[in-house]
Design a protein around this ligand. Structure first.
Ligand SMILES: *Cc1c(COP(=O)(O)O)cnc(C)c1O
Length: 343
């Protein structure tokens, strides 16, 4: 039996854009990939992917890693000093969803700021820098997230990131969904990443690859990150079979993200119609994430699942729908109907 590139028949999975299956073109590229031992730096497909990504985001070098979490952790290990603080939005992935990794791996604590609109306020970052002269802990790095998932997949204005970078601290950009930000704003990834020292992106989300993320930055920073990757057990040997899918993702899956954004707006319209004022306004959906409040998410998710539509929650009372390449117009239609009939 041929492997299935499609999700299980009859299920519209909106829990996350991580649930995508590799496309037939990815599977072919994986089967035919040229490989070598990447810990020796000898996997030609990994090397090609790293060069491709570095070029895309306008940095000197890049490193292929198993996950976005590892990419973020490597940035902390290289750019932040032990015993200092990392300034970040309080709902960012690196703060909430990495199981305390920053403290365990890099020996840092977070100085968290409000990130209600998905961005950080440069004056609040400046305050954290200044406070170190008044016996507060010393910040050594700023982390930002673009798109910012918990704000609803919002996009950073480049000038705001420039203002933060201008404060003198290195900046790590968690761009797990940087290509979504780029397609939505029309700003090339390299321009979005220009103010940042390092930038991380996931191939395994909206871009549809099965596994992998990249960290890009200056050559010396990436060389050091490679050493930390080894220490964390992230050396992957003949990883070209994975990188091959990543190259297909970068070659063929970026422009189509616009379709996911359009479908997310349609879902938001269905949510806004069923629950006016719950926070899902179609004209405020910037990319592929729809968030809204619901008094009983458990009941809602059970109803949707009964209709073959899977959704998730990201916090108490907050429901999330995420569009991706395995959700088509028909799936959106089905989800919209299930939402209209929901408790
Ligand atoms: C998914 C995600 C990550 C981590 O990626 P994994 O591959 O799941 O470890 C990091 N940052 C953001 C913003 C994400 O959405």
């Amino acid at each position: 039996m041929a492997p299935s590139a499609a999700p299980p028949a009859g299920v519209v999975d909106l829990r996350s854009d991580t649930v995508t299956r590799p496309t037939p073109a990815m599977r072919r590229a994986m089967a035919e990939a040229d490989v070598g031992d990447d810990v020796y730096g000898e996997d030609p497909t990994v090397n090609a992917l790293q060069e491709r990504f570095a070029g895309l985001v306008g940095k000197d070098a890049a490193l292929f890693v198993p996950s976005g979490t590892m990419a973020n952790q490597l940035a902390l290990l290289v750019l932040a000093r032990r015993g200092t603080t990392v300034v970040a939005g309080r709902r960012q992935h690196v703060v909430i969803y990495e199981n305390g990794a920053a403290a365990v791996n890099a020996g840092v604590q977070f100085h968290t700021l409000d990130d209600g609109d998905g961005t950080l306020d440069p004056t609040e970052v400046a305050w954290a820098v200044d406070a170190a002269r008044h016996h507060h802990p010393t910040p050594s790095l700023v982390c930002v997230e673009n798109t910012h998932m918990p704000a609803g997949g919002t996009v950073w204005p480049v000038d705001r990131l420039q203002a933060i970078a201008g404060l003198g601290l290195p900046v790590h950009l968690d761009g797990a969904r940087l290509c979504n930000a780029s397609v939505a704003s029309g700003v090339p990834p390299a321009d979005l990443a220009a103010p940042a020292t390092t930038v991380a992106s996931c191939l395994s989300k909206g871009l549809g690859a099965p596994v992998g993320s990249l960290l890009a930055g200056p050559a010396d920073v990436i060389a050091e990150a490679r050493g930390h990757r080894q220490r964390l057990g992230g050396g992957m040997r003949q990883a070209g079979v994975l990188a091959a899918a990543g190259l297909v993702a970068l070659d063929t899956m970026i422009e189509r993200l616009a379709e996911d954004h359009e479908r997310a707006r349609r879902l938001a319209a269905a949510v806004a119609e069923r629950w006016p004022g719950a926070g899902a306004e179609p004209d405020q959906v910037a990319t592929n994430v729809v968030l809204f409040e619901h008094p009983d998410p458990r009941a809602l998710l059970a109803h949707l699942a009964g209709e073959g539509v899977l959704a998730g929650t990201i916090a108490p009372g907050i429901v999330r729908l995420v569009t991706h390449c395995d959700v088509d117009d028909e799936g959106v239609e089905r989800a919209a109907k299930a939402l209209a009939a929901a408790p």
